[in-house]
Write a protein that binds this ligand. Structure first.
Ligand SMILES: NC(=O)c1ccc[n+]([C@@H]2O[C@H](COP(=O)([O-])OP(=O)(O)OC[C@H]3O[C@@H](n4cnc5c(N)ncnc54)[C@H](OP(=O)(O)O)[C@@H]3O)[C@@H](O)[C@H]2O)c1
Length: 370
């Protein structure tokens, strides 16, 4: 029996990973985690192999590029045929929920057909289901991934010996609370760093991007345990009053959280509130969620504490993980000191904030081909 298990786990071992979303906020640390010690090489899908982010990835070494789009079978097939592992993070803010659903399913099917050994799906919580199918929680960019996450795990019951599969379920990056053009962009008001968001006393399961590097690497390194797993990660359930207090404790600068109702939150966003959340989704398609509807569900899930995490599992898998907002802030500040880079307080100044968006989508002004 023991022998068979060893054999099975060897069959799922990979060395060359096709990464979809490699140049994104999430993809960059994921690729770094894979290639940093030479254990894996990466074939990165991008629509533009000479973008600044692609060039930065190339400097890591062991990274090659395939130019094209995930919305193209030929490209997906080419990438997957050349690799034995896949990390797939389809950009739902490009596609919208409906198109993402189709291409995520096709990507899984093509990976199987092309002989991929291990498939990691960049997932988000299936909020609508977790909230008991109540529409106030419907969040297209979460549900669009979460449904397919469940579908993949179901397929994997029969297919897991031929191709292993795991979900990597994340949440809003902690960096987003200190960056421009995100749902939780702060402002400095009368010298006080201020988050005005419709969170009530709820908490956001923020994720540290640097820990994504470790977790995804762990999934590929441990296919025997990871096969069939939904690895749901987070730093912690972070309440924004605590985030503000932690910021002040570490940096000495004043910060506060102001609970805001949905109308007040969306008022400054009136110009985009009615647009599709996915920039290439068809506004005339009745299935397309508007920015406002999508982010109403998004905030409701945090406000009503719908999403859970198993922190003891994360402690076991990643003993050195970041465990609190304060620890994350402290690390950023220490890194700034060591490198002479910007501190968080410098980063959130109005003149700096808009220059360094964490999301490539913001850098590209929500433009680009499907
Ligand atoms: N923002 C968050 O806190 C967060 C947290 C967890 C999960 N997510 C999910 O992650 C996804 C976005 O990834 P991200 O957060 O890393 O955002 P990002 O920084 O905006 O990056 C988007 C990535 O998607 C790639 N991409 C977009 N359209 C593509 C296409 N047609 N073909 C091939 N690649 C394409 C981009 O590559 P090129 O531009 O180089 O082609 C880039 O690598 C979304 O589905 C979002 O819901 C976001």
């Amino acid at each position: 029996m023991q022998k068979i298990n060893c054999l099975e786990s060897d069959m799922l071992k990979t060395s060359r990973i096709f990464v979809v979303g490699a140049t994104g906020a999430q993809g960059i640390p994921v690729v770094r985690g894979l290639v940093s010690d030479g254990r894996y090489s990466v074939l990165a899908l991008t629509r533009d192999a000479v973008s600044a982010r692609a060039r930065a990835l190339a400097e890591l070494g062991n990274v090659e590029f395939l130019e094209g789009t995930f919305a193209d079978e030929t490209i997906l097939r080419q990438g997957m045929r050349a690799c034995d592992g896949v990390f797939l993070n389809i950009d739902g803010f490009n596609t919208g929920e409906k198109t993402e659903t189709y291409w995520a399913i096709r990507a899984y099917e093509i990976a199987l057909e092309e002989g991929v050994k291990f498939f990691v799906y960049g997932n988000l919580d299936y909020t609508l289901k977790k909230a008991g199918y109540r529409s106030m929680f419907r969040t297209g960019h979460y549900d669009g991934k979460g449904r397919i996450g469940e579908w993949i795990l179901n397929q994997n019951v029969g297919n897991g010996g031929r191709m292993g599969a795991a979900l990597f379920t994340t949440g809003p990056y902690m960096e987003m609370a200190f960056s421009a053009q995100t749902p939780m962009t702060p402002r400095i008001e009368d010298g006080v760093l201020t988050w005005r968001v419709p969170l009530g006393q709820g908490a956001v399961v923020h994720v540290a991007l640097e820990d994504c590097a470790y977790y995804v690497r762990w999934l590929f390194d441990h296919p025997e345990r990871a096969n069939g797993m939904d690895l749901e990660v987070a730093i912690d359930h972070i309440r924004y009053a605590d985030l503000a207090a932690a910021f002040t404790r570490v940096t000495g600068y004043p910060a506060r959280y102001v609970d805001t109702d949905l109308d007040a939150y969306f008022a400054p966003l009136a110009a985009i509130a009615g647009l599709p959340a996915g920039y290439n989704a068809d506004p005339a398609d009745k299935s397309t969620m508007s920015f406002r509807d999508n982010f109403t569900g998004f905030w409701n899930q945090w406000k009503h504490d719908i999403i859970t995490r198993d922190y003891s599992l994360l402690d076991e898998i990643h003993p050195g993980r970041i465990r609190s907002a304060e620890e994350w802030i402290r690390r950023e500040e220490d890194r700034a000191k060591e490198s002479g880079g910007e501190t968080l307080w410098e980063r959130v100044q109005p003149e700096t904030l808009s220059k360094r968006p964490i999301l490539k989508l913001s850098e590209d002004h929500r433009c680009g081909t499907l």
